[in-house]
Design a protein around this ligand. Sequence first.
Ligand code: FAD
Length: 475
Amino acid sequence: MSDANAITCDVAVLGAGPGGYSAAFRAADLGLKTVLIERAPTLGGVCLNVGCIPSKTLLHAASLITEAQAFRAHGIDFGSPRIDLDQLRAHKDGVVGKLTHGLARMAKARKVEVVQGTGTFRDAHSFDIALTKGGTAAVRFEKAIVAAGSEAVSLPFLPKDDPRIVDSTGALALPQVPQRMLVIGGGIIGLEMATVYAALGSRIDIVEMLDGLMAGADRDLVRVWQKHNASRFNRIMLKTKVAGANAKRDAIHIRFEGEGAPEITEAYDLVLVSVGRVPNGRLIGAERAGIAVDARGFVTVDRQMRTNVRTIFAIGDIAGAPMLAHKAVHEGHVAAEAAAGKPSHFDARQIPSVAYTDPEIAWAGRSEDDLKADGATFGKAVFPWAASGRAIAMARDEGFTKLLFDADTHRIIGGGIVGVHAGDLISEIALAIEMGADAVDVGKTIHPHPTLSESIGMAAEVFEGVCTDLPPAKR
Ligand code: FAD
């Protein structure tokens, strides 16, 4: 297509995930003529379409099932659940649809022009677009924000094109409730999907190459999860890997190697591969715009999210770890503001992480294991949920809340929570870290009773030695 017919704009955003749509909407709100290029039929990216939202919809269903079952021991028996997979799938799709339609409406309301197609750089001021409806287009821009995300890593030695071997997108499609399921990879995504399928009735094995699950989370948090889940999963194989796979008519037969490997080949009806995600930096023609991409495929950026080409920014999964939606959104805002000439920087003190498993695990700021590895001096306080009236009332007192403090200033520098709703509770710790709050600030903040959030105030009191909800500290 000749440049005379090109769509022109101040800012072109490549990719409409949480990073891309947030950047485009902020740019438009700042008065910039904005074009948003997306290859998928709907806005929202991985997170909304095949990630955060559908997985949490299914995890909510899973928690209803397990909570109802657990309450048999407390006098309420709903009987065995009858699961209509078509209806559950339709509910999940409905949730996603509601949100994607909302995004499309918001793009329209802001006059963000959405171009549906796959974009690649032609040069440092234009994209070539292979339009989804057929044909091509060009977008000429003053500035660009690259938000093209990441994709699931596949394992080359697994049989190709077998519907019984899926990635997270395939698992979220709920093709069936398999009798026997293998989850390869004990990270957050794998364990969330394992939680869903276990509740639906599958017998689950989990295999992980490392010596622990959920890398990045403190081990004391993970231990609580593991104890609570001891009977939920058939087998958790650590320091073990898949050595070979054979697709037979009856099942996928897997051979394992390592410390936890069973002696015989195991057969599975569904295998979920969740061994990580790779950035899409090598798939966008970055070299034609002169943009530096590192060996792993991440686009390198500075604190204003600028690439080495000053007028081109990169955000979200493609711009570095952690690959999380809320990081992408904040980076998107920074990039749009910087593109509009504002002095914005990405200077977050913390980016919270949450495993929406059962129980949930959430952490923010420095982790205890990292601080120890660095040889840092720090303070620590723990409030066990066994002393939380609310947790006991919910029959979920297995968790705890942990705060980590700067040894000199007593400011909160990190924290972790394991227990139900940990993902919602962690925001208070995130805010405390961002605001430079210390133990007295949090301990003296009146938290409502009886709530799980009280455990954060009480952990701060524990640190100050003034908690009256635990036995007296030994002198
Ligand atoms: P993406 O969401 O990946 O969006 C990139 C978009 O760019 C896509 O829509 C893609 O189609 C488009 N695109 C790519 N290349 C091109 C091109 N050349 N032309 C046009 N369009 C292109 N994160 C959380 O914070 N919380 C969670 O609970 C959570 N759960 C998850 C569960 C699962 C199963 C998965 C897979 C991920 C989960 N994540 C979660 C991670 C989260 O989804 C990502 O961190 C987030 O989506 C990254 O946003 P992004 O804007 O960088 O990119």
